[in-house]
Ligand binder design. Structure first.
Ligand SMILES: N[C@@H](CCC(=O)N[C@@H](CS)C(=O)NCC(=O)O)C(=O)O
Length: 107
């Protein structure tokens, strides 16, 4: 994906993340001073969605991200597609594409 595609918000997502029916099923792992996280949060706000967020500057949230998602990189959207079953969606452009695609269903 080029920087231009990233700026436009185009996604490199190959395997679509599972759809869910409510933002209650979503958690955004993010941290302060992360421009990629800020970009995701501004799109979430623009869409009028409320998504719980966890700050990975707190060790317990970083640990949960690393053990569940496998990487410490943020932003990462945790999607609970079945009770106790999580899909960990990394990459700001892919998270933005996901929330845009599912915005209406998530409201
Ligand atoms: N391509 C990624 C880049 C994300 C990224 O580089 N995030 C930084 C924070 S701004 C990160 O998590 N770095 C690893 C770390 O801080 O441990 C995206 O667009 O989401």
């Amino acid at each position: 994906m080029s920087v231009f595609d990233w700026f436009k918000g185009e996604s490199s997502e190959i395997n679509p993340a599972p759809a869910v029916e409510s933002t209650d099923k979503l958690v955004l792992y993010q941290k302060a001073w992360c421009p990629y996280c800020d970009r995701v949060k501004s799109v979430v706000d623009e869409l009028g969605l409320i998504i719980q967020s966890c700050d990975t500057n707190q060790p317990e949230h970083l640990q949960a991200l690393m053990s569940g998602g496998g990487q410490r990189m943020v932003p990462c959207l945790r999607i609970e597609f079945e009770p106790g079953q999580y899909f960990w969606l990394y990459e700001s452009a892919d998270i933005i594409a996901y929330v845009r695609r599912h915005a209406e269903a998530l409201k």
